[in-house]
Design a protein around this ligand. Structure first.
Ligand SMILES: [Zn+2]
Length: 298
C-alpha cells in the first residue's frame, strides 16, 4: 500500500522544508531528541495534519511516517486515503473471514440476478408457463432452469429474498467506486473492455458500465499461489483480443488506494466470474475459456 513519502517539517515557518523518511532516520540516529520530530506535517498544501515518524530499529521492517491518531487530513488531501484505509483495515481485520465456495456461489448468483438477469425478466416470464417439453430449444431450457434455481436459492437461504443482508457486500458498477469503499470487499460488475497481463505478472481487466470504466487488478500473490493461472489467462486474453467477445465480469474485489487511485483488487481466481450475452450463466475462468475456445474454433 502507498505510504506517506515525505513530510513537511516546520510547516508555514521560515524553516519549512521537505524531509524524507531516510533523512529522518539518520537524524534519529545522530540526535534522537531533535525537535524536528515534533514538527512534522502532511506535505499537501493547505493540509495541516500532524505526522509522526516511526523509526524501525530492525532491518526487517522499514521506518515510516504516520498520521497522529487525533489528526484528520483535509478533505481534498490525497493522503487521507491512506489514513482512511488504515482505519478501515483495523476495523475490519477482526471481522474479515474467508468466503467459502458456497458464499462465493451465492454472491455471484445474487450479482447475476442484480446486473444481468434483470434485463431479461420480461423474457423469462413468458417461459415460466410450464412447458416441460424436452424438444424445446436447448437455450430456453437452460434459461428456465436458471431462473428456477435463482428463485429457489434466494427463497431457501434468506426467506426474505435478500442475499445482500446475509453477505454484507456492496454490489457495484464502476460508477459507484469511491472513497467510502476503501478497505471494503465489494462485488463489481461490468462489460470487459480489455484484458492485460503486465510484465511483472499483474492481471488487469478493464471493465465498463454506463460509460464509466475502471481497471480491476490482481494482488501480488495472485499468480504465486496458482502458477498455472497465468497461461489460462493468457489464453483468455488472446481469444478476447482476437474476437472482441461481449464478455462480462463479476469480481469480488477489495478496494485499495494506490498511487492516488482506488484499485479494486482480486486475490483469488475463484473471485472472478464471467458471463456472456448468449446465455446468462455464471462461468468460472476455466469454463469460459472452454466455451470460447469451442465457439471460436479456428
Ligand atoms: Zn494531509
Amino acid at each position: 500500500m502507498a505510504k506517506i513519502p515525505f513530510a513537511k517539517a516546520y510547516k508555514n515557518t521560515d524553516n519549512e522544508k521537505n524531509i524524507s523518511v531516510k533523512e529522518l532516520e539518520s537524524i534519529k540516529i545522530s540526535d534522537p531528541s531533535n525537535d524536528i520530530f515534533n514538527n512534522l506535517y502532511c506535505p499537501t498544501n493547505g493540509c495541516n495534519a500532524k505526522l509522526s515518524f516511526k523509526h524501525s530499529y530492525v532491518k526487517s521492517r522499514k521506518s515510516f511516517l504516520s498520521t497522529w491518531s487525533n489528526q484528520i487530513h483535509s478533505n481534498y488531501c490525497n493522503l487521507q486515503l491512506i489514513y482512511v484505509a488504515k482505519k478501515n483495515e483495523m476495523k475490519k481485520s477482526s471481522k474479515r473471514t474467508g468466503l467459502n465456495n458456497n458464499d462465493i456461489s451465492n454472491i455471484f448468483d445474487y450479482g447475476m440476478s442484480k446486473f444481468v438477469k434483470k434485463n431479461k425478466k420480461s423474457k423469462n416470464k413468458k417461459k415460466d408457463r410450464k412447458s416441460k417439453n424436452k424438444s424445446e430449444h436447448k437455450d430456453n431450457n437452460t434459461k428456465e432452469k436458471e431462473s428456477k434455481r435463482a428463485s429457489l436459492s434466494s427463497n431457501d437461504i434468506t426467506k426474505k429474498n435478500d442475499d445482500s443482508k446475509r453477505y454484507p457486500l456492496k454490489y457495484l458498477t464502476p460508477n459507484d467506486i469511491g472513497i467510502k469503499y476503501v478497505g471494503s470487499t465489494v462485488l463489481l460488475f461490468g462489460n470487459i473492455n480489455k484484458i492485460n497481463i503486465t510484465k511483472n505478472k499483474t492481471l488487469r481487466i478493464n471493465i465498463e458500465f454506463n460509460n464509466k470504466n475502471i481497471t480491476v487488478e490482481s494482488s501480488k500473490d495472485f499468480f504465486r499461489s496458482e502458477p498455472s493461472l497465468l497461461s489460462e489467462l493468457n489464453i483468455l486474453k488472446k481469444i478476447f483480443d482476437k474476437h472482441k467477445t461481449n464478455l462480462k465480469l463479476l469480481a469480488i474485489t477489495n478496494i485499495i488506494p494506490y498511487d492516488e487511485k482506488l484499485v479494486p483488487t482480486i486475490y483469488k481466481s475463484n473471485h472472478l466470474c464471467f458471463t456472456d450475452d448468449t446465455n446468462s450463466t455464471k462461468n468460472t475462468l476455466y469454463t469460459i475459456i472452454y466455451k470460447l475456445q469451442n465457439k471460436y474454433k479456428d
